[in-house]
Design a protein around this ligand. Sequence first.
Ligand code: SF4
Ligand code: SF4
Length: 147
Amino acid sequence: MLEQPAPFWVDKSLGEMTPDEWESLCDGCAKCCLEKLEDPDSGEISFTDVGCGLLDVDACRCTDYSRRARLMPDCQRLTITNVGLFKWMPKTCAYRLLSEGKDLPDWHPLITGDMDSVHRAGVSVQGRAVPARKAGDLEDHIVDWPE
Ligand code: SF4
Ligand code: SF4
């Protein structure tokens, strides 16, 4: 029996991936699109359950992905040149996992072939995030579930 070639996320380093391969690593969890608060003294980051102003919290999708950098200057675009940002990403984030030498989880859409598997696994923000326009004070929305 012929041996199957290793998938690209096993075979290649992050820096060797094509733009399409890089984009496909995103599982669509939208946890990185939750508003965060930083303690000014300790620098500690706290997640909230409030979505960024461009996040559709039901679909877990950015509503204006192509213009996000202009519309939301705080939106961090992950690239191989800003690997330092990966450590702030949720522990389930594929970019963080691969940068730490770990495998993709079995619910990842690249493994299941189904973009909804991230929602079925309960990993995404679907059903538990609040739209920014309805949130009010972010301090009232600090949560621990993204980690
Ligand atoms: S946390 Fe990572 S996998 Fe999840 S939406 Fe953000 S970039 Fe994609
Ligand atoms: S601008 Fe779009 S991609 Fe960036 S944090 Fe907001 S919803 Fe997410």
